[in-house]
Design a protein around this ligand. Structure first.
Ligand SMILES: Cc1cc2nc3c(=O)[nH]c(=O)nc-3n(C[C@H](O)[C@H](O)[C@H](O)COP(=O)(O)OP(=O)(O)OC[C@H]3O[C@@H](n4cnc5c(N)ncnc54)[C@H](O)[C@@H]3O)c2cc1C
Length: 352
């Protein structure tokens, strides 16, 4: 029996899309070139919020905030259903100067987003920082394992080590996908291939503009969490995990599909970390990795049906916030497929 939907790419976006469709009773197959959840969704920091929301357009924060509101219940349910704890923790995020405090506070007031000016003297500046107590984090590899297990529990099929090479078009439809293991047919197809989405779609991408933007991360290990909140300063962030691991990120590099890590990025991030926390000079990172964000103009993803191919959908281009936005993006996609009203305005995310 052919699937109702074949989803190409099993990162956070593909997996949450699959779960949303399976929950509606559709038959779903996920086709993944490598292993499930081993690309950007694995590499990321797991901060469940834009870094400084006031720097983004409303269409970014609207989608992010809808998803952020869905996450506490969804993460608890996922834990209960799968036995895997995604470690959703509301650790709060402390934004350190320099930044425009008045602009940030205005934005938070307008969006009813709790924020407390807060003494950050222990971190370098002596100037006030802004604590956003509602900001949470997840442990990406665990979230992905839980999502994967949930897909299988719901009867979804996952095919790993199978790369989609091309789309077969007949008239105004996709009739099949050519893959490294033969043709795959379905009633409809969804591209959630992250940074590779545009490359895979070729001419059918139209104006969708998604490209890889490399991000490098450093991992530290302490005996216990050395800081309480996520810290953000001038684009650098530090994320304390419950077990003493701590992530420092990240770079934004337009270097194509080159996943190398660089000494220059490592040294630059370390210099900034030691500026904030000079006492850490004795601590060296234990790991260093890179991943490809699906970069899109203004960080606005493409979600929904192709303008002319009637059974082709995309859910991609979430750039810096794809884990954060994943639940709401899946909701939007499934509402469009089911022709149901949307909870938020969706015009900005349409495939043009
Ligand atoms: C360093 C870094 C830090 C980040 N920090 C955060 C953060 O704190 N918070 C946050 O919300 N987001 C963060 N992000 C962004 C976030 O990780 C991404 O937006 C998100 O993971 C995108 O998910 P995805 O499922 O679209 O892509 P991916 O996770 O990359 O998944 C795409 C999948 O498609 C597969 N694929 C590609 N081509 C094919 C093909 N032809 N056939 C079959 N399969 C294919 C790939 O193998 C891959 O598994 C960060 C990203 C990076 C790199």
């Amino acid at each position: 029996m052919t699937a109702d939907f074949v989803i190409v790419g099993a990162g956070a976006v593909g997996l949450t899309s699959a779960i949303a469709l399976l929950t509606e009773g559709y038959r779903v197959t996920l086709v993944e070139r490598g292993a499930v959840g081993h690309e950007a969704s694995w590499a990321g920091g797991g901060i469940m919020s834009p870094l400084c929301s006031w720097d983004y357009q409303d269409s970014v924060t609207r989608l992010a905030h809808r998803s952020m509101a869905m996450f506490p219940e969804a993460a608890a349910l996922l834990h209960a259903q799968t036995g895997i704890d995604p470690e959703y923790i509301r650790s709060g995020m402390l934004v350190l100067p320099p930044f425009d405090m008045a602009q940030a506070q205005n934005w938070c007031a307008q969006h009813e987003f709790p924020a407390q000016p807060c003494d950050s003297a222990s971190y370098l500046s002596g100037h006030n920082g802004l604590l956003l107590p509602q900001v949470a984090q997840v442990r990406n590899p665990r979230l992905l394992q839980a999502l994967r297990r949930r897909v299988t529990m719901l009867g979804g099929e996952i095919r790993e080590q199978q790369e989609v090479l091309a789309l077969e078009v007949q008239g105004d439809c996709i009739s099949a996908l050519h893959t490294t293991q033969g043709e795959v047919a379905a009633d409809a197809f969804i591209v959630t291939a992250g940074a590779w989405s545009k490359q895979l779609l070729g001419e059918h991408a139209l104006h969708m503009d998604v490209k890889p933007i490399r991000g490098q991360i450093l991992l530290f290990k302490f005996d216990t969490p050395p800081i309480e909140h996520i810290l953000v300063r001038s684009g650098l962030y530090l994320i304390p995990r419950r077990d003493g691991h701590l992530l420092v990120g990240s770079t934004l590099e337009d270097v194509g599909f080159d996943k190398s890590t660089t000494v220059a990025a490592r040294d630059d991030m370390l210099r900034k970390v030691y500026e904030i926390l000079p006492a850490w000079r004795d601590h060296a990172p234990i790991r260093h990795w890179a991943g490809f964000r699906p970069g899109s103009p203004d960080n606005i993803p493409t979600i929904g049906r192709h303008p002319s191919l009637t059974n082709l959908y995309a859910n991609t281009g979430h750039f810096r916030y794809g884990v954060t936005m994943s639940l709401a993006s899946a909701e939007l996609l499934v509402n469009e497929i089911g022709q149901r009203p949307q909870a938020i305005p969706v015009d900005a995310y349409r495939w043009r």
